[in-house]
Design a protein around this ligand. Structure first.
Ligand SMILES: [Zn+2]
Length: 125
């Protein structure tokens, strides 16, 4: 079982990541909105020179939208993890019920599956 001290530490980490990801999410949203506005007013060509080495504007925006979805996903997972801390089920694999090793939680504090189940999930996805 996780010690209270460890849970506290991981909870703090979760909140830190949540804040950081939330900021990044805001930036991405602003960026995408700006680009859409510039695109509409025909200003995009001058703006995109800066990003020329990243590929076309369209694929760049796709990448940003993808990144946004990934980050939204992380925020969701963090919220779920924080809820599990309150419920006392944090650190337990939601698929097999085994404890998730502390080393894994330290690396990915919002993990809801143990490594084995995560691999299985990725294979089936
Ligand atoms: Zn598992």
């Amino acid at each position: 079982m996780l010690k209270e001290k460890e849970i506290k530490m991981l909870q703090k980490k979760l909140l830190d990541i949540r804040e950081k990801v939330g900021e990044e999410l805001n930036e991405l949203e602003k960026d995408i909105m700006n680009k859409s506005l510039k695109e509409a007013s025909g200003e995009l060509s001058s703006y995109s020179i800066h990003f020329a080495d990243l590929g076309s504007d369209a694929s760049e925006r796709d990448t940003e939208i993808e990144a946004m979805e990934t980050e939204r996903n992380i925020v969701e997972k963090i919220d779920e993890a924080l809820k599990r801390i309150e419920e006392g089920t944090y650190g337990i694999c939601q698929a097999c019920g085994n404890e998730i090793p502390l080393s894994r939680l330290r690396a990915v504090p919002y993990a809801n599956l143990c490594k084995e189940c995560k691999v299985k999930e990725e294979k089936s996805a």
